[in-house]
Design a protein around this ligand. Structure first.
Ligand SMILES: Nc1ncnc2c1ncn2[C@@H]1O[C@H](COP(=O)(O)OP(=O)(O)OP(=O)(O)O)[C@@H](O)[C@H]1O
Ligand SMILES: [Mg+2]
Length: 268
C-alpha cells in the first residue's frame, strides 16, 4: 500500500476571535501504488485540510499517516520536507509559477531542493520530455505571463512530476480553467497517472473529473465515505457514455449554469 491513513483527526483550536472547528474526525484511507482517487465534499468539509495532511504540509492531531512504509506523522519538520520533496507532487487550483522564470526553469525548480535517491531520468531530459508530452514543446522559453491558463496549469503538472514522485496530490486542479481547458487537463491527469505510474488523489468539485478516477470518496462530517462510482472507467456502454456528460450524482441547481459542478450541492 502506498498510502495508509488510520483514524486521522484534525481540529483547529479556538482563538480570541474564532471558535474551535473539528474538521476531520476519523479518516481512514488506503491508496495503492498507481491508483487514482477522487475526493469530493461540500465547501468547508476539510478536503484541503486532508490533502495538506497527506502531503505532510500539516500534522494530524491524532491518527497515523504512513507513506511508502514510513510513518510520516512521527517525523520532524526537516524529515517531512525531505519526504515531500522526494515522494509527493502538488498541483493547486492556481498554478503558482514564478513569473520571472521560463517554463523550463519553473519546471526544474523542485529539483533544486533535492529529489529521489535514484533518478531514472536526468531532470532536464525529463522536463523536456514531459513538456512535449503535455503539448508545450514550443513554449520552453516562454514566461508564465505569456501562456494561456490551461497551458500554465499543464506546466504546473509537469513541475509536480519532475522529481518522479510516487504520489500526486491535486487540489481543485481545474478550478480556475474554462471547460475546454478543464477537460484537456482532466484527460492529461488520467493519462499521466497511467503512463508515469504515479498514484493520484484529486480533490474536486467537477464531477467530470471525479468520475474519471478509479475510486470516488466523499468527505462528510469528518469521515471519508465511499460513493458509488456511477460508471467505472472502462465501462463504455451507451449508458455509461451518456452519463459521463450527465452524471447521476449531479444535483440540479437552477442557479448554476455549470452542469458539471458539485459546488454547494448539499450546502456546506
Ligand atoms: N488555519 C485554520 N484555522 C482555523 N480554521 C480553519 C483553518 N483552515 C481551515 N479552517 C476551517 O476548517 C474547515 C475546512 O477547511 P478546508 O479548507 O479544509 O475545506 P475544503 O473542503 O477544502 O473547502 P473548499 O471546498 O471551500 O476548498 C473550514 O470550515 C475552515 O473554515
Ligand atoms: Mg479546499
Amino acid at each position: 500500500m502506498l498510502l495508509e491513513l488510520t483514524s486521522v483527526a484534525k481540529s483547529y483550536a479556538a482563538t480570541d476571535e474564532t471558535d474551535s472547528v473539528t474538521v476531520l474526525k476519523d479518516v481512514n484511507l488506503r491508496v495503492a501504488a498507481g491508483e487514482s482517487v477522487a475526493i469530493v465534499g461540500p465547501s468547508g468539509s476539510g478536503k484541503s485540510t486532508l490533502l495538506n495532511i497527506i502531503g505532510t504540509l500539516d500534522r494530524p492531531d491524532a491518527g497515523r499517516v504512513v507513506l511508502d512504509g514510513k510513518d510520516v506523522s512521527s517525523l520532524n519538520e526537516a524529515q517531512r520536507a525531505a519526504v515531500r520533496c522526494r515522494e509527493i507532487g502538488f498541483i493547486f487550483q492556481l498554478h503558482h509559477l514564478l513569473p520571472q522564470l521560463s517554463v523550463l526553469e519553473n519546471v526544474l525548480v523542485p529539483t533544486l531542493a533535492g529529489g529521489p535517491e535514484k533518478r531514472t531520468e536526468e531532470p532536464v531530459t525529463r522536463a523536456k520530455r514531459l513538456l512535449e508530452r503535455v503539448g508545450l514543446s514550443g513554449r520552453l522559453s516562454h514566461r508564465p505571463g505569456q501562456l494561456s491558463g490551461g497551458e500554465r496549469q499543464r506546466v504546473a503538472v509537469v513541475r509536480a512530476l519532475i522529481n518522479e514522485p510516487k504520489l500526486l496530490l491535486a487540489d481543485e486542479p481545474t478550478g480556475s480553467l474554462d471547460r475546454a481547458a478543464a477537460e484537456n487537463l482532466t484527460e492529461l491527469l488520467v493519462e499521466l497517472n497511467r503512463e508515469e505510474g504515479v498514484s493520484l488523489i484529486v480533490v474536486t468539485h467537477a464531477m467530470s473529473l471525479a468520475e474519471k478516477m478509479s475510486r470516488l470518496l466523499e468527505l462528510r462530517d469528518g469521515v471519508l465515505v465511499q460513493r458509488d462510482h456511477p460508471y467505472p472507467p472502462g465501462d463504455n456502454t451507451p449508458d455509461a457514455n451518456r452519463s459521463r456528460h450527465r452524471s447521476s450524482l449531479r444535483v440540479e441547481n437552477k442557479d448554476d449554469e455549470d452542469d458539471d459542478d458539485l459546488r454547494g450541492s448539499r450546502g456546506g
